[in-house]
Design a protein around this ligand. Sequence first.
Ligand SMILES: [Zn+2]
Length: 136
Amino acid sequence: MEELAWLVLQAMVGRYHVIDVLYLYYVERLDTRRIGRRLGMGGYSIRSIVEGVWFEVRSVYTLQSYLSRYYPVLLEVEPVMVPSEDGFTCRLCGTSVLRLPARHVLDRHQDLVLLVRDMVVREGRARAGRAGASQA
Ligand SMILES: [Zn+2]
């Protein structure tokens, strides 16, 4: 999947810890033990995120570049799938799913994923522009 759309999708299903782990590992270059201490997660969970992403996106190099530019903005993306009694409920259409909330968002709300991705890019660029202007 396209790298930034995949990151946006993680936020939309509330998997912010995935974005945190990937940022700390691929951008800040922390080892899995330090990431575990910082996030309060076990080594196995961290390794499965760090290695699993290779099967999710086309290029981890591109993913790393997006994370370095858009990490703070990605964390501000609001979740559309919220945990419910058994599974997740979609705030957009009210559908409940037992598992695979990302699959529901991709199947039913893919246009919104792409729209949010474009908003993340615009916001990221606006902030980079402001940062550049304040340094000048
Ligand atoms: Zn829905």
